[in-house]
Design a protein around this ligand. Structure first.
Ligand code: PMV
Length: 316
């Protein structure tokens, strides 16, 4: 038996992935761009060669078929495997736990299996568990292009600037820690199949990613913030106009958004994004983080402040 442990951080998309052009390979309908978060982490230990599979997620026995599928892809014909994974933040509540979870899983599993895989191959494997996980192999700002290869081998995370490129903060305003009722795959399918705005959303994606990448490289917060908010509100418009509608927002989500807009009226460069959950995530300069945090706190359960985080990695 061989054992390996890895840690990975979640990432938050500044330009969103929402929709799949290939469900089995988890290939995206739109390109995306994310920031890896320094403050939250998943820690996963994989033991290779047990008598049967045992999957323990956050201390609870779980039998997630996606975990087994990814393990089968790491080493076809594999033996039994034990996976023990813990998050130091809420799971399945729109805090990108699946991204850090699958990134840590592939890094630990490949090492425990004795397979030396490139980081691109690891990113493609993580993508099979959860699309956004392909970005969590890398630290800092990461792009996930559409790719052109039919097998998806070039639709993987591409680092565009490391964590220390830009002294920004991403604040997570936690509105609820409950698990969401509609998961991202079901939500994407529903938006894709029923929203009249779907074609517009897909057409906007490449231009938004280009604008955001240039803004990151130029450290232009106003330009990045504008692309970010355009992306998030366009994505939520496809959710709101799905049949039946998907509304991940709670009253506190809207209150936090208004707080961000009020900060901007007061001259603070703070910009919001939201995922398939009620939390509001706010990007700002490190120097403004305390002011932004204070403005969000009255509206939500708590506010976590993240510096940019590093890549998924093995730990002793
Ligand atoms: O990777 P998934 O299937 O959990 O989907 C993530 C979707 C969003 O969080 C809404 C957007 C994104 O790009 O992370």
């Amino acid at each position: 038996m061989r054992e390996a442990t890895a840690i990975a951080h979640p990432n938050i998309a500044l330009v969103k992935y929402w929709g799949k052009r290939d469900l089995r390979l988890n290939l995206p309908a739109v390109p995306s761009l994310s920031l890896t978060l320094g403050g939250y982490r998943t820690r996963t230990t994989v033991t290779w060669g047990t008598s049967r599979d045992e999957i323990v997620l956050n201390g609870l026995m779980g039998d997630d078929p996606k975990v087994r599928r990814v393990l089968d892809l790491v080493a076809p014909g594999r033996p039994g495997v034990r996976v023990e994974s813990d998050n130091d933040f809420p799971t399945g509540a729109g805090l990108a736990s699946s991204a850090s979870g699958f990134a840590a899983l592939v890094v630990a599993a490949a090492a425990a299996a004795g397979r030396a895989l490139s980081v691109d191959a690891l990113s493609a494997l993580a993508r099979r568990g959860s699309g956004s996980a392909c970005r969590s192999l890398f630290g800092g700002f990461v792009q996930w292009p559409l790719g052109t290869e039919p097998d998806g081998s070039d639709s993987v995370g591409v680092p565009i600037a490391p964590a220390d490129h830009w002294d920004v903060r991403l604040l997570v305003a936690v509105v609820s820690e409950a698990r969401k009722d509609v998961g991202s795959t079901e939500g994407m399918t529903r938006s894709q199949e029923t929203s009249p705005y779907w074609p517009t959303w897909v057409a906007m994606g490449p231009g938004l990613v280009d604008r955001a990448r240039e803004a990151v490289l130029a450290r232009d917060l106003a330009a990045l913030g504008e692309a970010m908010e355009t992306s998030t509100f366009a994505m939520h418009a496809t959710m709101h106009t799905a049949v039946p509608p998907l509304l991940y927002w709670q009253p506190a989500t809207v209150a936090a958004l208004h707080a961000v807009f009020a900060l901007r009226r007061d001259g603070v460069a703070a910009y919001a994004t939201m995922d398939a959950g009620p939390q509001v995530k706010v990007l700002c300069a490190a120097a403004d983080a305390e002011r932004v945090r204070a403005a969000l706190v009255p509206h939500v359960l708590r506010v976590d402040v993240h510096a940019p985080g590093g890549p998924a990695r093995l730990v002793p």
